[in-house]
Design a protein around this ligand. Structure first.
Ligand SMILES: *Cc1c(COP(=O)(O)O)cnc(C)c1O
Length: 421
């Protein structure tokens, strides 16, 4: 073991301008190592009180009056907060609703319908072969029900789609391009502005999946001219298990998109109970049913914290964390035959890194029993998510040394013959 790594972790923590923010999270002071803040963020201590107050005073005290007084407006108010804090988007373009899967369906379907109505030869949806399963399934389903085609872009497993490969796949038959900003498996970060530009040059729409970038990587939705986007709020946005998703639709497209899932909450006059559906103006048309108010409580606290800290500082710490993790990997894991399955250049990397080894499934299971929590993704990938606001460098080192020790126990023959210095 290299003693310098401990000194490095200590120095990085001491110099970290965000280090005090860690104490705002429930459980961050325990010895548990949490490498899954990219999948389910830790709760803030402020949220514990908010949940209790909501049940007692708002739900319990205001009862059904709460809808008129504030709850009805939450999808738009919190949507605008997400836009301002994490998407750099002007108000009126972001709402909170449904799950990411459902919102992705709604937006891809609406975008596809708009395209094919204008030009019946635009029948292709372009997507990377190793996109997150829900994205692939949703796209295949829409192509099947609308008589369209999926154009699969082949990708390297350790990265994701590249601008070059997308450029080769997008053309006059492309209706929509669906891309993750940060790949869920490798953490590969794409150039969203360049990809949007090449899609537009071909007359195609983009629908971005921001699940693994929002709250971790700065996004400039308006400046990059994104068309549409969806993302999870329970990952870096700290909304809690099953918290609803968000959708962004640029102002210029809203009026021309027909919502594919018509519900009373998306109608022009919600309480008119009109015989026919007329879509509401603006983002309301993308709502279908009653807003998930309970699910929108926790994210208000983490959005306030993100606003306070600012996305540039979050990204700076995120890059330092993943860079340090890769440094530890080089010293302690690579000698055991572990491979880095994430981009080495931080400019192409989001907030998590993946290390590959045939025994990682077993390593992950062993680590969970000792309160070190990464996650496992086939084939042989151990994902290390480093939520910048709640993770320290010492925690990162402790967890990665536990990975090394578990791997050494499981594969004694792979140990270097003389102990590392
Ligand atoms: C986490 C994630 C989802 C999850 O979708 P849900 O509907 O919330 O289950 C979708 N897409 C990507 C890229 C993800 O990382």
């Amino acid at each position: 073991m290299n003693p310098d790594l401990h000194a490095t972790a200590e120095a990085l923590d001491a110099a970290d301008p965000l280090r005090s923010r860690r104490t705002l999270f429930v459980g961050a002071d325990s010895p548990l190592v949490y490498f899954d803040g990219n999948s389910l963020g830790r709760p803030l201590k402020a949220t514990v009180g908010r949940l209790e107050r909501f049940a007692r005073d708002e739900w319990g005290g205001r009862l059904i009056r709460g809808w008129d007084e504030s709850w009805m407006d939450l999808p738009f108010a919190i949507g605008d907060d997400i836009g301002r804090v994490a998407l750099d988007a002007a108000p009126g373009q972001t709402v909170v609703a449904d799950s990411t899967t459902v919102l992705l369906y709604k937006l891809v379907r609406a975008a596809f319908d708009a395209q094919i109505t204008r030009d019946p030869t635009r029948a292709e949806i372009v997507i990377g072969r190793n996109e997150f399963p829900t994205d692939r399934y949703v796209v295949e389903g829409i192509a099947a029900e609308r008589g369209g085609r999926v154009r699969w872009v082949e990708v390297d497993d350790d990265t994701g789609v590249t601008t070059e490969r997308l450029a080769a796949a997008v053309g006059p038959e492309t209706a929509v391009v669906v891309v993750s900003h940060v790949a869920y498996n490798s953490g590969h970060l794409v150039d969203a502005e360049a990809i949007t530009e090449l899609a537009h040059a071909a007359g195609a729409f983009t629908v971005w999946d921001l699940s693994h970038s929002v709250g971790s990587v700065p996004i400039h939705a308006d400046a990059w001219a994104l068309d549409m986007a969806v993302g999870c709020t329970y990952k870096y946005l700290g909304g809690g298990p099953g918290s609803p998703a968000f959708a962004y639709v640029a102002h210029r497209h809203q009026a021309a998109l027909t919502p594919p899932l018509r519900g009373w909450m998306g109608a022009a006059d919600v309480f008119a109970m009109a015989p026919d559906f007329r879509p509401a103006a603006g983002m309301r048309r993308f709502l279908s049913g009653t807003p998930p108010v309970l699910g929108m409580l926790a994210m208000q606290d983490s959005l306030a914290l993100l606003h306070d800290v600012g996305m540039p500082a979050v990204r700076e710490k995120s890059v330092e964390l993943t860079t340090f993790a890769i440094e530890v990997f080089e010293e302690e894991l690579a000698p055991l035959g572990v491979r880095l399955a994430s981009p080495a250049d931080p400019a192409n990397r989001g907030g998590h890194v993946t290390f590959r080894h045939p025994l990682m499934r077993e390593v992950n299971a062993a680590l969970w029993k000792q309160d070190v929590i990464p996650d496992y993704r086939d084939p042989g990938g151990l994902r290390i998510g480093l939520a910048p606001l709640s993770t320290s460098f010492a925690e990162t080192l402790r967890g990665l040394l536990a990975v090394r020790d578990a791997l050494a126990r499981l594969s004694p023959d792979r140990l270097p013959s003389e102990g590392s210095s």
